[in-house]
Design a protein around this ligand. Sequence first.
Ligand SMILES: [Fe+2]
Length: 115
Amino acid sequence: MLYDEPNFPLTVQTVAWLPGKVSPIHNHATWGVVALISGQEKNTFWKRVNHQELSGEIEQVGEHILMPGDIISFLPDAIHSVEALGDEPTITFNLYGETNTAKAYLDSLTLSKMA
Ligand SMILES: [Fe+2]
């Protein structure tokens, strides 16, 4: 954590993932900007089926591999998972807005329970 404010109106952090690690499917419930500093990171994108927020059903809608120097941004309703590709850890610089904690960090387990 590089910077944090009470009630999380703004978060600045660096994140490292070991090679081969895969995150749960999740959202952030806020906007975000992520820059890849080193390594290779695959982002897999998901969306809710039929746009029903209370439905746990999701489907994969795309993938994008980030290389060092690439920058990606997210809207609050974005759902993704990340995987560290290659032989070296990934390091990202992340900037997030104020998190809507009631809607944040849905993971695949939460999503399946909601289905
Ligand atoms: Fe994320």
